[in-house]
Design a protein around this ligand. Structure first.
Ligand code: SER
Length: 319
């Protein structure tokens, strides 16, 4: 039976990946870890929690040895907008953390899952049907750490036989934990504000098209990739995965089908607009479909219905 360590477990993906992994492999087999401590009564309290600062190799090593971990889902990372504000910290956390996780994985024969991102692409990358193998010259610190991370993971696989696998996630939409300072965060905020205020002020322009994914698909993708037959994987770090793409205008129109009085306005943040403009509109995920059977379940319509229902329950709003 697998024993899994999840870093950054209290973040947007971890908060939903940990329960899914516990459901699949048993609560005692999945150690949640984070640099923060979970709040009392947190959904993660049904299994082990260990405090880990990923910039400390000793702390990662200690968690791996203590719980006899053989797979690490390394989620701890700074997102694009925060990384642009604090590029030095982003390098330390994103690259320093990954390097240390890979070293511990090498020493303890662990497999490693690492999220990459559409942020690993840049302005010279083809914007539509962005191929799996293409130009990657990102212009953000986040993107630099993601490309370097992909290369480092592939290096540890070919040089040290570490079973490293990764996904280039699009913007992720979820309702349990908020994203931590990304460019695609608008697509989460818009649902909260639609329910709480009936209006949303968007920091991206109305026609900015980006790939997006609902969290159940993001969680499924990670688990399916890690369970995939290694013999079928021609690529490893990291697979393009797509589910839907839309603009602020389009998601606002979809929300307005459920909340007719909903309105959107625009107060564009030049930094985040610049980041978004440097990313693709729509990536091609054929390699993921062919090599490990990737197939998303949620499009914009289905996600919006579910997101509004889940958020109404969470926020206790009527309607
Ligand atoms: N959601 C991420 C961000 O906006 C993209 O990977 O930073």
């Amino acid at each position: 039976m697998k024993r899994i360590l999840v870093t950054g477990a209290l973040g947007q993906i971890g908060s939903e990946l940990v329960p899914a992994l516990r459901e699949r492999y048993g609560a005692d087999h999945v150690v949640a870890s984070d640099i923060r401590m979970p709040a009392a009564g947190s959904a993660l309290s049904n299994g082990p929690f260990h405090h880990v600062d990923c910039t400390s190799q000793r702390q990662i090593q200690e968690a791996v040895r203590r719980f006899e971990v053989d797979a690490i889902y390394h989620l701890a990372s700074l997102l694009s907008a925060v990384a642009e504000e604090r590029p030095q910290a982003a390098w330390d956390v994103n690259m320093g953390g990954l390097y240390r996780v890979l070293e511990v994985a090498r020493e303890n024969s662990c497999s490693v899952f690492v999220p990459s991102s559409i942020g690993a692409f840049g302005p010279s990358t083809p914007k539509d049907d962005t191929p799996q193998d293409t130009l990657q010259r990102p212009t953000t610190m986040y993107g630099v750490t993601k490309v370097a991370g992909e290369l480092l993971c592939d290096y540890y696989h070919t040089r040290f036989a570490v079973d490293s696998r990764g996904l280039r996630y699009p913007g992720i939409i979820s309702y349990v934990a908020p994203p931590g300072g990304g460019t695609t965060d608008y697509a989460v905020e818009i649902y909260y504000d639609a329910i709480e205020h009936g209006r949303y002020s968007c920091f991206l322009e109305p026609n900015t098209r980006l790939d997006m994914m609902y969290i159940p698909d993001a969680v499924k993708a990670a688990i399916d990739l890690m369970e995939a037959d290694a013999a079928r994987l021609e690529h490893r770090n990291a697979f393009n995965v797509a589910a839907m793409n839309f603009t602020p205008e389009e998601v606002a129109a979809e929300i307005a089908r459920h909340i007719p009085e909903f309105t959107i306005s625009y107060a564009v943040d030049p930094v985040r607009q610049g980041i978004a403009d440097s990313w693709p509109n729509a990536i091609d995920d054929t390699a993921a479909r062919e090599e490990w059977g990737w197939s998303p379940s949620y499009d914009l319509e289905r996600m919006t219905s579910d997101m509004l229902e889940q958020l109404r329950r969470k926020l206790g709003a009527a309607g």
